[in-house]
Write a protein that binds this ligand. Sequence first.
Ligand code: UN1
Length: 497
Amino acid sequence: MTALTLETDVLKNFIDGKWVDVNNTTAVTNPANGERIVQVPLSDQSHVEEAVQAAIKAQKEWALVPAPQRAEVLYRVGMIMKDKKERLSRLLTMENGKVLEEARGEVQEGIDMAFYMAGEGRRLFGQTTPAELKDKFAMSQRVPVGVVGIITPWNFPIAIATWKSFPAIVAGNAVVWKPATETPIMAYELAKIFEEAGLPSGVINVVFGKGSEVGDSMVQHKDIRVISFTGSNDTGRNIASDCGKQLKKVSLEMGGKNAVIVMDDADLDLAVEGILWSAFGTSGQRCTACSRVIVHHKVKKTLEERLLAAMDHLTIGNGLEDGIKVGPIINEAGLNKIKKYIEVGKQEGATLLAGGTEWETNNPGYYFTPTLFTDAKPDMRIAQEEIFGPVVSLIEVSSFEEAIEVNNQVTFGLSSSIFTKDVNRVFKAQRDLDTGIVYVNAGTTGAEIHLPFGGTKGTGNGHRDSGVQALDVFTEWKAIYVDYSGKLQRAQIDTEE
Ligand code: UN1
């Protein structure tokens, strides 16, 4: 294991192209062993104000840079990320805990997003449209919104940051970014990469700190015209209502209660692999993680047996070590939440088949054993609420129709999956599963960056991250009419010749 060093012991904000000290800081610890990694600033409203002023100034110039040139900066960002992939991945494992293989996958998502959005710089298409009147030309085009605020979570600290900042930047906005305080190193590294790639000062500004201070100041700031947020449900709802009062555009992604459906004709080996990877990968700390398995009664027993056998091979530990499949939980609060849900599940009458306890180790990190409940009922809290840990609950059903119904009986709508060999069921399922993402014969995780990411119902508010659709969050549509008749033509007015 290569020891990694940061150039600094105390992180700084990145405002107007300068690294700015903040007096108040707090420690960031490695969830795998409790060791302190670095101090992160706890900024206040005045830092947000500085960042917004820098962004306002920078955005005016940036919007005038032709989009293909803005895109070139992102291309260079992608190239630098590619060069630094291993370093970034190891730092990501250190601050977030996910196993190295998954950290590499996440950094790759960011690299892919850079090249994808660099391409979009040559495709910020508008439309030309026939006009109602003679000698008149009509078109519409995307224009930047101005200064945008992005608030990113600890579970995908670099990928989600790229899903939001890259489309914002290529579209000609300037960004004020509050990364999660648990995982600030990815933000620090990405800011350095932007700097090295030659992004003009003030186009991206990083303000570290708490949601209650920095996030709130961003949401309340009149000059931040968009808030794009990924995180918890409660916070997202508060942001939405605060933005609503100000008529501020807001894009929210707030998790899921994602299910894998296993039909009686499924390839069970494949289903087991899919469930394992999407339920216990990243220790279940993905918005897309599988936390329900909806299984046809004919294959329930066999599926349980095979899952239990496969779960025996899940190795728990520090994600930087070889062969580890399940890393730590982000922090004590995360661990306590999982423990609470284990008690809830037992009290509700679900049967605990495996796990359900902290992992016994002398290691001071936060670890939880992969957990399988069975005989859960669709309305139980463990089958309704997001746990954000390696806990999955089996629900038995007796038909395809019932499986779809149970899948849709939750307030979230992010991801879903079905294992079946029946082509008719495949097409019915992709139509009827009420989620923003549907997988067939694969688990619930692994969305690709050039497709829209987001969900229905309580997962968000209808916007999408990544994909070309992300541009809708960070642009306004402008309609332009050019009258070349030389006289005043009045639309929608009958004119007597
Ligand atoms: C998240 O958990 O918020 O589809 C993002 C996936 C990953 C992204 C997850 N590509 O699981």
